[in-house]
Write a protein that binds this ligand. Structure first.
Ligand SMILES: *[C@@H]1O[C@H](CO)[C@@H](O)[C@H](O)[C@H]1NC(C)=O
Ligand SMILES: *[C@@H]1O[C@H](CO)[C@@H](O)[C@H](O)[C@H]1NC(C)=O
Ligand SMILES: *[C@@H]1O[C@H](CO)[C@@H](O)[C@H](O)[C@H]1NC(C)=O
Ligand SMILES: *[C@@H]1O[C@H](CO)[C@@H](O)[C@H](O)[C@H]1NC(C)=O
Length: 249
């Protein structure tokens, strides 16, 4: 009984970062001009979310996360992060210490291609997460160092969980082991999820990742929208089976 209440007290402390404000906003990011409340109206208000297909990582029948990338309202990319004072290293150890269950989830769903997960997570945070305005320290209640990082990872994983890309494609019979046209994949994604996506391939024509596009309403409500991006490559894509064994997951 005592052990159980200690456990509950502990779980109440982890993953405890919270937004400071309840947002009552008149519209999504980029439709509301010049708001001074960047906690509720993201200044960097266009989002690219990337689902990644790595043949040798992650679950055999699931995409993994590449990242959630806030960009400028004119859709130009932010390439160097947005706040060097919050350039962190050692994301793996930080998440493991602060939120072990998020850590396990990230090991499963957010692997890096080279196996150095922590550096990959650092990179995604430093380059992109620092541009996710709602997680800035001034926007979080009782801010403690790294709450911003944890919030970015949690929100990114929420988008990933909401849009199960493998199932979205499989609903239209698009499964690994075959070739598909990019247009048929993008049409299936739109039909089954409402996401407007761009399917990307590597130089061999193998599926590599799928970009989806959003505005942010408030802090965590991601609204699908149409990108200003029309690639002309990857007209025919091979969707490879993964080489990972289910037993190793
Ligand atoms: C927003 O700010 C820009 C640059 O300061 C200015 O040119 C523009 O008129 C402002 N827009 C509104 C709607 O206030
Ligand atoms: C920020 O962190 C990245 C690693 O994610 C590193 O490559 C870069 O040099 C760091 N920048 C500064 C100014 O510390
Ligand atoms: C997919 O297309 C490539 C290139 O045209 C071809 O070499 C390969 O055999 C095709 N694979 C399948 C399973 O149809
Ligand atoms: C593309 O996928 C095929 C089938 O899985 C694989 O044999 C090939 O090595 C892949 N090419 C690249 C560049 O990943």
């Amino acid at each position: 009984m005592l052990a159980k209440s200690l456990f509950l007290a502990f779980t109440a402390l982890v993953g405890a970062q919270k937004f400071a404000e309840v947002c009552t906003i008149p519209g999504p990011s980029c439709s509301v001009k010049n708001s001074t409340d960047t906690c509720c109206v993201s200044y960097y208000g266009t989002i690219t979310f990337s689902h990644m297909w790595l043949a040798n990582r992650g679950r055999p029948d699931q995409f993994t996360i590449h990242g959630m990338w806030p960009n400028r309202c004119d859709w130009s990319y932010l390439n160097e992060g947005c706040d060097l004072s919050r350039n962190y290293t050692g994301a793996g150890d930080i998440v493991k210490a602060r939120n072990p269950s998020l850590y396990k989830t990230m090991l499963r769903d957010w692997p890096s291609s080279d196996g150095d997960f922590s550096s990959f997570w650092d990179h995604e945070w430093n380059k992109h997460g620092t541009c996710y305005d709602p997680a800035a320290p001034k926007c979080l209640a009782d801010y403690q160092k790294y709450d911003d990082l944890l919030m970015y990872y949690e929100v990114t994983h929420q988008i990933y969980s909401k849009y199960n890309m493998y199932n979205i494609l499989a609903s239209s019979g698009i499964v690994p082991g075959f070739n598909y046209t990019r247009s048929s994949m993008e049409a299936a994604i739109l039909k089954n999820s409402g996401l407007i996506s761009k399917v990307r391939c590597d130089s061999a024509g193998n599926l590599s990742e799928i970009y989806s596009y959003f505005y942010i309403s408030g802090q965590t409500d991601f609204i699908p929208t149409t990108p200003v991006y029309n690639p002309t490559d990857c007209l025919n894509i091979y969707y490879p089976k993964k080489s990972v064994s289910p037993k190793c997951q």
